[in-house]
Structure formats: C-alpha cells, structure tokens
Design a protein around this ligand. Structure first.
Ligand code: PLP
Length: 358
C-alpha cells in the first residue's frame, strides 16, 4: 500500500548515524501519506491554520470517540504536561505526588513552579504502588491541593497499573485531588486488562486529564504534537495555560491528519513494535537476562551489572541505549527499533555475553 511506509532499509550503525535505542521513538518513520501531506501543506504555510485546527480536532474526536471540546492540541504532550500542572496548581497550596521511578517531566514542571513534590517508593518489580500513592495523596489532601501524576504504561518500566484499582481510586473523587494520566505509550499495550482512563472521561468524571502524543505510535516525535483529553471544563482550564491552540504549524497538522486516517499505518506501527519486542525478548530469555513485561515500545532489562560501562560499550558499537534511571541503577531501558535493528542489537548482546561484559 502506497500510504504505508516501507520499513527503513537497514545499514549497520556508524558514529555519524548511531542506532537510536534511547528515546522511545518510532523507527518506522512517517507514513508516506504524511510526507506527501507535509509537502502539500507548504502552500498554506503563510496562512494561520484556523481551518486545519478545526478539521483535525473533528478527526481526532472521532478517533478518540469523543467531542472536539473534550480535546486540546499541544506542542507534544510535554506542553500538555506543563499546562495541566500549571492549570491545577493553587499557588502555595499544591503538592505534586508521583511514583519514584517514572517519566520526570511532570515533577520537573512542578519544581519550576515551586510546587513541593512527594514520591512513593516503587513496589515489587518496579511496579507503581497505587495503594501507597493513594495513601500519600489522601494524607496530603487533608490540608493541600494534590496533583497525582501517573504514567500508564509507565516509562521507564514499561508496565501497566491495575486498571480496576486505578479507576476505583479516581471514581471516589477524593477531595482536592486532580489526576494527570500520561498515556504516551497506551497504543502499544497488549494486556487485555488495560483500559485507557479516557473511559472515565466518557463516564463524566472531571477530576482527571488524559494526555496523549503523536510522538510514539504516530512516529511524529520531531513534529511536536500531543493533546489533552478531559471534560470540557477541564480542557478550558488547561487551555488558559497554553499560548494559543491554533498556533500549531501547518506541516504538523497535515501530517497528523493524514496519519489519523491511516489505520493501516497505525496497525503496521504496532505490529512492527510487537515483532521487534519478540526478537529482543527471545534473546533476553536465551541469555537469562531478566526484564519487565513490556507493554510499550521499549523494554526495561536487568543487566545485573552497572549500566554505565554497558552503555559506554554499546556506544562504542554506535548503539545508544537509555540513560540511567535511578534507583534502578543496574537496569537498562532499550527502545525497540525496527526488527532488523533488533537483530543487530541482540547479536551485540550475545557478543557482550561472550566477552563477559554482561
Ligand atoms: N510522557 C511520557 C511518558 C514520555 O515518555 C514522553 C517522551 O518520551 C513524553 C510524555 C513527551 O513526549 P512528547 O512531548 O514528544 O509528546
């Protein structure tokens, strides 16, 4: 199919063009349809994108099974995180609660806004300890406003939280508590027990926002588009903290609009990720390297030796793996590349084992 990108041709990595297994990007690249749409969008580059923003919001609402006023476009989900935290910050009275091992953007935004942050320790196998989070949030909410930030599936651990326990908590509508659910990787999940917290928004809950991105399954990390999904009043509140929603650029809107309609591309993106994961996990099993059950486009594995020398040696092979994620200092986050890239990577893992590095 002409609209589905062919898998990029494999060439061994070099110093100039290393294999990027470090940022959880989509190695498939933009769909051909999106590339064409970007070219066509240049004819509109001198015009404000009022019509295009309206059109993509309709398209996105359909894709999400919701209404346009439940959605806010943002520059990557990074902007959605920032705007959501700032929108629910009652200055001097807010505390930001999150698990110790997670994506750091939310806490970084909180700190920049002088919001005290409080973490809970991880549970077994680096799981998010929802019960402990809930307890901490409840304690804090007695005298403070609480923002709870949960990444699900989580980064860097790749695992999901128990849907029932999460939904039960949000549904109790704890006082003074607002939930930010970062679902950047939800489209990669295979576990049938997973549900997007978007379901709660459909049920009318207004104590949460779900954040999504075009950077992962849509392969548009360089184009910068994300969105917030929430009750219209929540969206209005968050919108007060972005510059101007219609200021998305024409090229990004064109690419995203093309891909939203391209079910085949999204299916291919998911299928390729599943195939790449399989290749990696087969070798990890063979080498007896433990890993967490991955529901994302990356795998978190236990090297049982410090990460730094391993990452440095991989770098010498022109392969970049994830940065350190303390306190999991012997764990390595490997983003899934194309199947060909993973075949090359597992070969290196086997060599490393032979050399006694891992
Ligand atoms: N949230 C999570 C959990 C992420 O891992 C990332 C990026 O890796 C982001 C948000 C931000 O992504 P973007 O701003 O590209 O949407």
């Amino acid at each position: 199919d002409a609209t589905v990108a062919a898998e990029p041709e494999f060439t061994p990595p070099t110093a100039k063009k290393p294999m990027l297994l470090c940022f959880n990007e989509n190695p498939l690249g933009l769909s051909d349809g999106a590339k064409k749409a970007i070219e066509e969008s240049t004819s509109r580059a001198s015009r404000y994108p009022f019509a295009q923003v309206g059109a993509i919001k309709k398209e996105l609402a359909q894709y999400m099974g919701t209404q346009p006023d439940n959605l806010l476009l943002t520059h990557g989900s990074a902007e959605a995180i920032r705007a959501s935290v700032e929108a629910y910050n009652v200055p001097g009275k807010t505390v930001f609660v999150y698990p110790e091992l997670t994506y750091s953007d939310g806490a970084d935004v909180a700190k920049r806004n002088h919001i005290p942050v409080k973490t809970v320790k991880m549970g077994p196998n680096w799981s998010i300890d929802l019960a402990a989070l809930r307890k901490l949030a409840a304690q804090q909410a007695k005298s403070k406003h609480v923002i709870v930030y949960i990444v699900n599936p989580n980064n860097p651990t790749s695992t999901i939280v128990n849907t029932q326990a999460l939904f039960d908590w949000i549904k109790t509508k704890p006082k003074n508590t607002f939930f930010i659910l970062d679902e950047a990787y939800a489209e990669f999940v295979n576990d049938p027990s997973f549900k997007s917290a978007g379901e709660l928004i459909k049920e009318g809950y207004n104590n949460l926002v779900v954040l999504k991105t075009f950077s992962k399954i849509f392969a548009m990390a360089g184009m910068r588009l994300g969105f917030a999904y929430a009750a219209p009043a929540v969206i209005d509140n968050i919108e007060n903290h972005v510059a101007y929603e219609v200021m998305m650029n024409q090229a990004t809107l064109a690419a995203a609009t093309a891909e939203l309609k391209d079910k085949e591309f999204l299916a291919k993106s998911k299928a390729m990720n599943d195939e790449s994961r399989k290749i990696l996990l087969a070798t990890l099993d063979e080498l007896h390297i433990p890993y967490l059950p991955s529901e994302t486009n990356f795998v978190f594995m236990d090297l049982k030796v410090p990460l730094k020398p391993f990452a440095d040696r991989m770098k010498e092979e022109h392969i970049l793996v994830g940065r350190p994620f303390p306190p999991a200092t012997q764990w390595c986050r490997v983003s899934l590349g194309t199947p060909d890239e993973m075949k090359y990577f597992v070969q290196k893992l086997k060599e490393f084992r032979q050399k006694g590095f891992i």
